[in-house]
Write a protein that binds this ligand. Structure first.
Ligand code: PEP
Ligand code: MG
Length: 595
C-alpha cells in the first residue's frame, strides 16, 4: 500500500518503443531497468491489532503525533527568524500544520479506525489521509483543493514518525537500475550507489543543477528535463539513457538495443583511451603548465579522483556532510572525514568549501525553511554568519585537518568585503582556541579564499582581492545570477549561457584582479570540465581548473592540443564581441582546428 501523489489514471503504458528527449547532462550510455522513484510514496505495513493492544496502538500513534508536532515546532522557530513576509507566510502554514495534528478530524479519524477497525496506526493514517484528500480534491475552490498537498505532507510526517525511520530511498534496487523520477534532489542523488545504478532520467531539473553535477561526478549517464517520462514508464521495463544525446528510450526494440550496445562499447573504449592520459601532465603545445584538480561532492569519490590523475581537490562541497540526516555533524566527525580525505590525497592540495546550503541544496538537519526566493535568500555564507556556531564547527574541523596536509578554505557566495573579513575573524578566533587547547593546525594558517559567483563580487574583485588569499570563480552561480536564469529550471535552460558576453567579462575582470593582486585564481564551475571552454579560459589567464573527476582526461586531452599564444589571441577577439552567437562561433572554429 502506498501514499503517492501519482494519479494512476494519468499513466500511459504501451509496449511500443518510446523516445523522450531532454537535456543530456552527463555523458555515457546506460542500458538497464526502470526503477521509478516516486518521491512521495511510502510503503507501509497493514495488519490487524489484537483487541487487547488497541490502547497501546493508540498511545503509539499519540507519541508519533507529538514527535511530528515537535518537528514542526522546530521549523516554526526557524521560520520566525526569516524576514517579514516569508516568516508570516510560513508561520501561517506551520500553524495550520499544528492545528491538523491536534484534535483535528485527521487525529480523531485515525483513532477511530484503530479503535473500531483494529487497524494498525500506519494503515489508519494512510486511509484517513486518502479520505480527507479525496474530499479536498472535490472542493470547488481551487485554493482549498490545492491544500491537499499539505494534508499529504502531514500524512508523510506521521508515517515517518510512526515507522521511526528516516526515509532512505534507493536502499533496495534491481541491478542496473535506471532511476526514473519527476525530480531528484541533490540529497537523493547523494544516496545513489553507482555500483547498482546505471543511469538516471528525470522530468525536471536544469543542466547546472546540483543533481546534474552529482550525476557527472558519479559518472552516471543522465538526462534531465524529459517531459512526459513519468507518465509512461513501468517498473522493471528496459530503458536506455543516452547522456550525450539527451535521449531516453523506454522499451527499446531489438534493433535499437543492438545499436546502443555498440554505442556503449564504443564510448567505453573511448574512455579507456583517455584514461591513458592519467600520468601525463596537462601542458599546452607551447609548454604552459595547467593545474587540473577535481571537484568532490561525496567522500566516496576520492578513488575516482585519484584514478583520474587529479592534482588535488579544487573544490570540496562540504554539504554532503549535512545531507540525509536529522542531526548536525559535530566537530569530531567533520575533522575525521576531512583528515581522511587530506591523508588520502597524500600531499596534493585540498580546497574545502564552507557550507553552501540554500537554493536547490537543502539540509533538513539545519531546520532552514526556504524563504520566498531561496537562491537570493539566507544561503551559504549568509546562513553561516547568521549562525556562527555552524561556521566555528566547520572551521575548527578544517583547521585541525590542515595539520595533515595542504588545505585551503573557500567561502561561497561572498558578495561583500565585510563577509570575508567576518569569516577571517572567526577563523582566527577558532585557531587561537585550538592552539590554547594544544591542538595542532597548519603553520602558517591555511589560505582563506573567496568564491566569485555573485556578479557584485566579480565587479568588486579588486577590493576582495586585498582580503582573500585566493579566488575560485564559480561560473555556475555567476551565470545564474548575471543572466537571472535559475540553473535548476529546465524551462529556462535554453537561456543559460556562460558564453554570454556579460558572464565572460565578469570572469575576465575577476581573473585580472587576482593576477594584479598576485593571488591564485581558479575556475571551478562546470565550464572548467567542458573541453569546449578550455582555450577561452586559458586565453583569459586562468591556469587552474577544477572539475568533476570524470572530465579531467578529456579536458587534459584538449589542453595538450592548445597553443596558448593562439588561444590568448582568440580570447582577445572574443572579448571584443557583444553577441553570444558570434562568440560561440569564434570559440568553436578555434576548437575545430584553427588553434
Ligand atoms: C559554482 O557556482 O560555479 C560552483 C562551483 O558552486 P556550486 O555549483 O556548488 O554552487
Ligand atoms: Mg555556487
Amino acid at each position: 500500500m502506498t501514499l503517492s501523489d501519482t494519479d494512476p489514471s494519468e499513466l500511459e503504458f504501451t509496449d511500443a518503443e518510446r523516445v523522450f528527449d531532454g537535456m543530456g547532462v552527463s555523458r555515457g550510455i546506460a542500458i538497464g531497468v526502470v526503477h521509478r522513484h516516486d518521491a512521495d510514496a511510502i510503503t507501509v505495513a497493514e495488519y490487524c491489532v489484537p483487541k487487547g493492544q488497541v490502547g497501546a496502538e493508540k498511545a503509539r500513534f499519540a507519541a508519533a503525533v507529538d514527535r511530528a508536532g515537535a518537528e514542526i515546532g522546530t521549523m516554526r522557530t526557524a521560520a520566525a527568524g526569516l524576514d517579514g513576509s516569508a516568516a508570516e507566510e510560513l508561520g501561517y502554514l506551520l500553524d495550520a500544520y499544528q492545528a491538523m495534528l491536534h484534535g483535528s478530524r485527521l487525529v480523531r479519524g485515525v483513532e477511530r479506525r484503530i479503535e473500531t477497525e483494529h487497524l494498525n496506526a500506519e494503515a489508519a493514517v494512510n486511509q484517513e489521509i486518502a479520505d480527507i484528500a479525496r474530499s479536498f480534491e472535490a472542493m470547488e475552490d481551487a485554493y482549498l483543493a490545492a491544500r491537499v498537498v499539505d494534508i499529504r505532507d502531514i500524512g508523510r510526517r506521521l508515517l515517518r514518525s510512526l515507522t521511526n525511520t528516516t526515509y532512505r530511498p534507493f536502499s533496495v534496487l534491481p541491478r542496473h537500475a535506471v532511476i526514473v523520477a519527476e525530480e531528484l534532489t541533490p540529497a537523493d542523488t547523494a544516496l545513489l550507489d553507482p555500483r547498482r545504478v546505471a543511469g538516471l532520467a528525470t522530468v525536471l531539473g536544469g543542466a547546472e543543477s546540483h543533481t546534474a553535477i552529482m550525476a557527472r561526478s558519479l559518472g552516471l549517464p543522465a538526462v534531465l528535463g524529459a517531459a512526459g517520462l513519468m507518465r509512461s514508464v513501468r517498473p522493471l521495463q528496459t530503458v536506455i539513457v543516452d547522456g550525450g544525446a539527451g535521449r531516453v528510450i523506454v522499451n527499446p526494440s531489438a534493433a535499437t538495443l543492438t545499436a546502443y550496445r555498440k554505442k556503449r562499447a564504443d564510448y567505453l573504449r573511448f574512455r579507456r583511451t583517455l584514461a591513458r592520459l592519467k600520468d601525463v601532465p596537462a601542458v599546452t603545445r607551447d609548454g604552459a603548465r595547467i593545474l587540473l584538480q577535481a571537484n568532490v561532492e561525496l567522500p566516496g569519490e576520492v578513488e575516482s579522483v585519484l584514478a583520474a590523475g587529479a592534482e588535488g581537490v579544487g573544490l570540496l562541497r562540504s554539504e554532503f556532510l549535512y545531507m540525509n540526516r536529522d542531526d548536525l555533524p559535530g566537530e569530531e566527525e567533520q575533522t575525521a572525514v576531512l583528515t581522511t580525505l587530506v591523508q588520502r590525497m597524500n600531499g596534493r592540495p585540498v580546497t574545502v568549501r564552507t557550507l553552501d546550503v540554500g537554493g536547490d541544496k537543502l539540509a533538513r538537519s539545519l531546520g532552514v525553511v526556504p524563504g520566498p526566493n531561496p537562491a537570493l535568500g539566507l544561503r551559504a555564507v549568509r546562513l553561516c554568519l547568521s549562525r556562527p556556531e555552524l561556521l566555528e564547527t566547520q572551521l575548527s574541523a578544517m583547521l585541525r585537518a590542515s595539520a595533515f596536509g595542504p588545505l585551503r578554505i573557500l567561502v561561497p557566495m561572498i558578495s561583500t568585503v565585510e563577509e570575508i573579513r567576518a569569516v577571517r575573524e572567526i577563523m582566527e578566533n577558532v585557531a587561537r582556541r585550538l592552539s590554547r587547547a594544544g591542538i595542532k593546525i597548519a603553520e602558517p594558517m591555511p589560505p582563506l579564499g573567496v568564491m566569485i559567483e555573485v556578479p557584485g563580487a566579480a565587479l568588486a574583485a579588486d577590493a576582495l582581492s586585498w582580503h582573500a588569499d585566493f579566488f575560485a570563480i564559480g561560473t555556475n552561480d555567476l551565470t545564474q545570477y548575471t543572466l537571472a536564469i535559475d540553473r535548476a529550471d529546465e524551462s529556462v535552460a535554453h537561456l543559460y549561457n556562460p558564453l554570454h558576453p556579460a558572464v565572460l567579462r565578469l570572469i575576465q575582470f575577476s581573473a585580472q584582479a587576482a593576477l594584479r593582486a598576485r593571488i591564485p585564481v581558479s575556475v571551478c564551475g562546470e565550464v572548467a570540465g567542458d573541453p569546449r571552454f578550455a582555450a577561452l579560459l586559458l586565453g583569459l589567464g586562468i591556469r587552474d581548473l577544477s572539475m568533476s573527476a570524470t572530465n579531467i582526461p578529456v579536458v587534459k586531452q584538449r589542453i595538450r592540443s592548445i597553443d596558448l599564444v593562439a588561444a590568448t589571441r582568440r580570447a582577445r577577439v572574443i572579448m571584443d564581441q557583444s553577441d553570444s552567437a558570434r562568440i560561440a562561433h569564434l570559440l568553436d572554429s578555434f576548437n575545430e582546428g584553427e588553434g
